[in-house]
Design a protein around this ligand. Structure first.
Ligand code: TMP
Ligand code: ZN
Length: 408
């Protein structure tokens, strides 16, 4: 019997709908010689019967995930660099027009968004708990606080710099279990008319594409307009805009402001109505997603074993955090994938968590000329397939598993 799980947002009852079993931490790439030490927890997701927030059942302590060896660099993708330059310019055009405005970013990583702000000479503060990333961004001339974001950090920033016109966060809010701390921090730091803008994977895209690999330890929550609207209301805020984004496999950019300060755009009600129509956060819908997930796993495993049986060579492309779930849940190890190539220096020379597949620089992909490549960084597929166009031109084929298992 599972213990009762209570919602981290509202205290309501969380009903579990999918279970991936014991999993390692997704970004804990293993050094050679340490292959036995993967930390494991039970990766399972449920949905709150009261506020509709989908969330992990068990969580991994922050300190084990976000530290000076955290390997992810936001700037590894040209598409993402353009994406964040665009939102930075949008903030400058629309929000940061008063005298000496201030923007704060929660989870500023390597400075992919704040670079544009800093180049324009505007006041900014990045908040980044990973020491390595905070130092890297500082070396690039950004102003960064090397801390977790919460009420205390927010109060410190407000005391030193005054209130923020914009607080931004990309692929970070959904990583923070302590939403109460974040929202108290937003309340302490955001100006009366300011806006908190965040973008994170969208539950509807996950369900529609069966992109079950969006589920891993760092993704504590799977947001929808409905659950974010309820969350905002608990803290005297209001969801005032919700824009669907194509990046990272489908996200929503949510804007929340103090209640009554900004009229909500029609997209807010439209998105919530669509979610209701689809029964997105109904237990039955999410249980169907779990069934589709198991089917997707079986299809992918069949394809890989079939190719291997015919003597084909297969490698993986992109040692993403997401791939930890795919590889471990599907039982894909070094017997199926010779190696995974990835452009991130901090991942190269290490082994994937749990599945223990070697990670190599992309040059090895060119050298190895495999017959097939499993597109693990499927959210960057267009960029990668363009960059590696020689691969299919020379007869190689990509294996996709999102939005379906297919060979390209
Ligand atoms: P992400 O899906 O969490 O952004 O991770 C993408 C991973 O894929 C990251 O480890 C970097 C890697 N990558 C490449 O190796 N080559 C590329 O061209 C891109 C865009 C990403
Ligand atoms: Zn709840």
């Amino acid at each position: 019997m599972q213990e009762k799980t209570l919602c981290r947002v509202c205290g309501g009852l969380v009903r579990e709908f999918v279970d991936f079993g014991r999993q390692p931490m997704a970004d804990a790439f293993v050094e050679p010689g340490q292959l036995a030490d993967d930390f494991v927890y039970r990766l399972a997701v449920g949905v709150c019967a009261v506020c509709s927030m989908a969330q992990l059942i068990e969580e991994v302590p922050n300190e084990l995930m976000f530290h000076e060896e955290y390997p992810y660099r936001s700037s590894g993708s040209a598409v993402m660099r353009a994406h964040f330059a665009q939102i930075a310019r949008q903030f400058m055009d629309r929000e940061l027009r008063g005298p000496d405005p201030l923007i704060v970013e929660i989870g500023s990583n390597d400075g992919i968004m704040l670079n544009t702000i800093a180049s324009a000479g505007l006041r900014h503060v990045g908040v980044e708990p990973c020491d390595n990333l905070a130092r890297l961004a500082e070396r690039n001339g950004l102003s960064v606080v090397n801390r977790y974001f919460g009420q205390e950090t927010a109060e410190r920033i407000a005391a030193e710099h005054g209130s923020a016109d914009v607080i931004f966060s990309a692929n970070t809010f959904s990583h923070i279990s302590d939403v109460d701390g974040v929202m108290r921090g937003i309340d302490a730091l955001l100006s009366k008319t300011g806006v908190f803008v965040f973008e994170d994977p969208y539950l509807l895209d996950i369900v529609d594409q069966t992109s079950f690999d969006q589920i891993y330890d760092e993704h504590v929550y799977f947001f929808a307009a409905k659950s974010i609207s309820a969350l905002a209301a608990r803290y005297g805020f209001e969801l005032v805009d919700a824009e669907r984004l194509a990046v990272h496999g489908g996200e929503v950019r949510y804007s929340i402001a103090r209640a009554g300060v900004r009229p909500p755009t029609p997209s807010v009600q439209a998105l919530i109505a669509m979610e209701d129509l689809r029964g997105l956060t109904d237990e039955a819908t999410l249980r169907r997603f779990a069934v589709n997930t198991a089917r997707r796993r079986d299809e992918l495993v069949d394809v890989l074993h079939g190719l291997k049986a015919r003597g084909k060579t297969i490698v993986g492309y992109g040692a993403t955090a997401k791939s930890a779930t795919v590889l471990n849940y599907c039982g894909i190890g070094p017997g199926l994938l010779d190696f995974i190539c990835d452009s991130t220096p901090a991942k190269q020379g290490r082994y994937t968590p749990g599945s223990h597949i070697p990670v190599r620089a992309p040059e090895h992909f060119v050298e190895a000329r495999p017959d097939y490549a499993l597109m693990l960084a499927w959210n960057h597929a267009s960029e990668i397939m363009e960059k590696e166009s020689w691969f299919t031109e020379g007869g190689g084929r990509w294996i996709r598993y999102v939005p379906e298992v297919s060979l390209i």
